[in-house]
Design a protein around this ligand. Structure first.
Ligand code: GLY
Length: 265
């Protein structure tokens, strides 16, 4: 299986996955656009283990952050830090219930060897609102990421050669609840949840809401929710290898395959 990426010297590239086990209070997580429905806590743990095993099976180093039972949404660890080349940005979540998740991410951020900086008050920013496509960083302006947070990120990134593009997001919790990107940079999304598809350089609609979120594993492989079979077929038709995993219990809380981890590569 030609899945593992390789360094120029041919050795496997170093890839670390940062994750946090689900809180026993997961069912009490924040909801913005969805109605609350029962969450099966045991099934959530099973699905989380399967999700992590996908990466472990591909050779990623998995680093588990301490459990944070008092933070129902703590499993959505991507919201607490954003990784760039040379820089790890600790966030300041817009949801007050989530602010306390960030400090426990600091040691893992420092362990990446990057300069660690943070979004400060009155800025708010959550990692789910940050989509990197090549050297472009799309920043979703949501109830969680405000103008000041976006401006702070811009001032960090533009001097480092990134292009920062703010996009409105009113129909989904986070930008990456509405759109993500394929390995070739094509942005994919479920159109009813995308405010303005013209904001992206290349956009491909997908047929299922659960199909909006892909994790790029390498140049030809993506990970997708198994609740989006038609999207999987669409992406396979573009020549991609599509791995799928069940994340129903996290989707009930407006989570998806991207927000369950931070990929450091
Ligand atoms: N339930 C995920 C969030 O609102 O942050």
């Amino acid at each position: 299986m030609a899945i593992a990426s390789a360094s120029p010297a041919g050795a496997p590239a170093h890839r670390t996955l940062l994750v946090r086990p689900p809180s026993s209070a997961l069912a009490d997580g924040e909801l913005t656009h969805l109605e609350r429905v029962p969450v099966d806590a045991d099934l959530a743990v099973q699905q989380w283990n399967r999700y992590v095993d996908v990466f472990r099976g591909l050779g990623w180093d998995v680093r588990e952050l301490p459990a944070a039972d008092s933070h129902p949404d703590g499993v959505f660890v991507e919201d607490t830090v954003v990784i760039f080349d040379g820089l790890a940005v600790l966030t300041r979540p817009g949801a007050l219930s989530r602010r306390g998740e960030v400090e426990s991410m600091r040691p893992a951020a420092e362990a990446t060897g990057r300069e660690v900086v943070e979004i400060t008050s009155p800025g708010t920013l959550e990692g789910g609102d940050i989509l990197k496509v090549g050297r472009t960083v799309y920043v979703g302006r949501t109830a969680r990421t405000n103008a000041e947070g976006a401006a702070q990120l811009r001032s960090l990134l533009e001097p480092r050669g990134w292009r920062v593009v703010e996009v409105p997001v009113t129909r989904a919790l986070h930008l990456k609840s509405a759109v993500t990107a394929l390995p070739d940079g094509t942005v994919i999304g479920y159109e009813p949840t995308v405010d303005d598809v013209t904001r992206f350089d290349a956009f491909l609609p997908v047929p299922e809401a659960e199909g909006t979120a892909v994790v790029v594993l390498d140049e030809t492989t993506v990970l997708l929710s198994d609740a989006a079979p038609a999207t999987a077929e669409l992406l396979r038709g573009r020549g991609l290898t599509v791995l799928t995993t069940p994340v129903t219990e996290f989707e009930k809380l407006e989570g998806c395959v991207t927000c369950l981890s931070v990929r450091v590569r």
